[in-house]
Design a protein around this ligand. Structure first.
Ligand SMILES: Nc1ncnc2c1ncn2[C@@H]1O[C@H](COP(=O)(O)OP(=O)(O)OP(=O)(O)O)[C@@H](O)[C@H]1O
Ligand SMILES: [Mg+2]
Length: 340
């Protein structure tokens, strides 16, 4: 049985971007005077940076604690998930249509149709081996389908020349399952790597960006450590800093919290939310952190047996009566999915 929840008619209207400071003001997290003071303190920054750093400026001025800022951002995010649930008509950034893939003679993707809504967070969930990582590799053109199309902003990735495909890939940032840091490079060089590989940014600017990225993932002072000197959670955070450093248009994270303790898992979810609220980057997160991940995404895609079992706003998926989805959410051993 395939149930596809709420496949919307896409409208091309974009939601106007309200600056984050204004949203914090409207939600009552700060008052008008506090916002005015923060904006005055940021008067030398360019407009993008103002939005990017407003939370940090409010914290440094003592108007919000770091914890209160996190809570405020999570509340704003929950509110926009409710809005998305009521009106999920958002244009897709990426679409797969009829994507089929065999690997080692086995059908892994069996006709995948899915849309990744632009400027939103999508979680892809499903049982182990169900084809999530393979789907992600198709989304970024690292694997090509045997059949079907992959479109990025309406352009078919499969039909692109190798050079054009490489250029398209620069629009993405991918955190591989397992992190995939370079063991022979220290934290600083790992995070700087994509900037050095894909941009002409001078070294002093790279230094500024790397230090800020490390501060954002709470790893300031760790830049000269090597991956094997860090805990699993720290390695994940370095990989996350590396995925975010080029300010990509689309960020794809394959299990950013796997194997982490619940506190670090929560911290990473907050960090992803914080990044999203500041940048509004389209994000795709593959996650086994069910049901925790439902708090951190607008949209959910459930993959099962190489097909999309359901796709829709998170709240709709949570309410699904499909026994497969119910079993997956509850984690019951007994049910239509046989694991033992
Ligand atoms: N490069 C490959 N060559 C052959 N088979 C592969 C390859 N990559 C993945 N597979 C197979 O495809 C299937 C789906 O793998 P995939 O990695 O997408 O699963 P997943 O849903 O991400 O699982 P998990 O939650 O455990 O990460 C698996 O049976 C896997 O063995
Ligand atoms: Mg995987």
């Amino acid at each position: 049985m395939t149930t596809v929840v709420a496949t919307p008619e896409f409208s091309c209207t974009e939601t106007p971007r309200i600056p984050l400071g204004q949203r914090l003001l409207a939600s009552g997290c700060i008052n008008a005077q506090q916002l005015a003071e923060a904006l005055a303190a940021q008067s030398s920054l360019d407009p993008e940076e103002i939005n990017h750093l407003i939370g940090r400026t409010l914290v440094s001025l003592g108007h919000l604690t770091q914890g209160r800022l996190r809570t405020c951002l999570a509340e704003l995010f929950a509110e926009e998930c409710r809005v998305y649930h009521a009106n999920p008509a958002v244009r897709p950034s990426l679409s797969l249509r009829g994507v089929e893939k065999r690997l080692d003679g086995r059908v892994v993707l069996d006709g995948i149709d899915l849309d990744i809504p632009h400027g939103h967070i999508t979680a892809i969930i499903g049982i182990s081996g169900g084809g999530k990582s393979v789907t992600l590799k198709h989304l970024v053109g690292l694997m090509l389908p045997d059949r079907g199309t992959i479109t990025l902003d309406g352009k078919d990735l499969v039909a692109l020349s190798p050079q054009a495909l490489q250029a398209a890939r620069r629009r993405f940032s991918l955190l591989f399952q397992g992190g995939a840091l370079f063991d022979s490079l220290d934290v600083y060089d790992n995070v700087a790597f994509p900037l050095r590989e894909t941009t002409e940014v001078p070294e002093d600017e790279i230094k500024r960006k790397v230090m800020r990225a490390l501060e954002e993932v709470n790893l300031a002072g760790m830049e000269h450590k090597f991956p094997d000197e860090l805990s699993g959670g720290m390695n994940k955070r370095v990989a996350l800093a590396r995925a975010l450093i080029t300010s990509p248009e689309i960020i794809l994270l394959d299990e950013p919290t796997a194997g982490l303790d619940p506190i670090i898992e929560n911290a990473i979810h907050h960090l992803i939310c914080d990044t999203f609220m500041r940048t509004r980057t389209t994000m795709v997160i593959i996650s086994h952190a069910v049901p925790a991940i439902f708090k951190w995404c607008h949209h959910v895609v459930v993959l099962h047996q190489g097909k999309v079992r359901a796709s829709g706003p998170t709240l709709a998926i949570q309410e699904s009566t499909d026994p497969v989805i119910r079993q997956f959410i509850s984690g019951d051993v007994d049910g239509p999915i046989h694991v033992l």
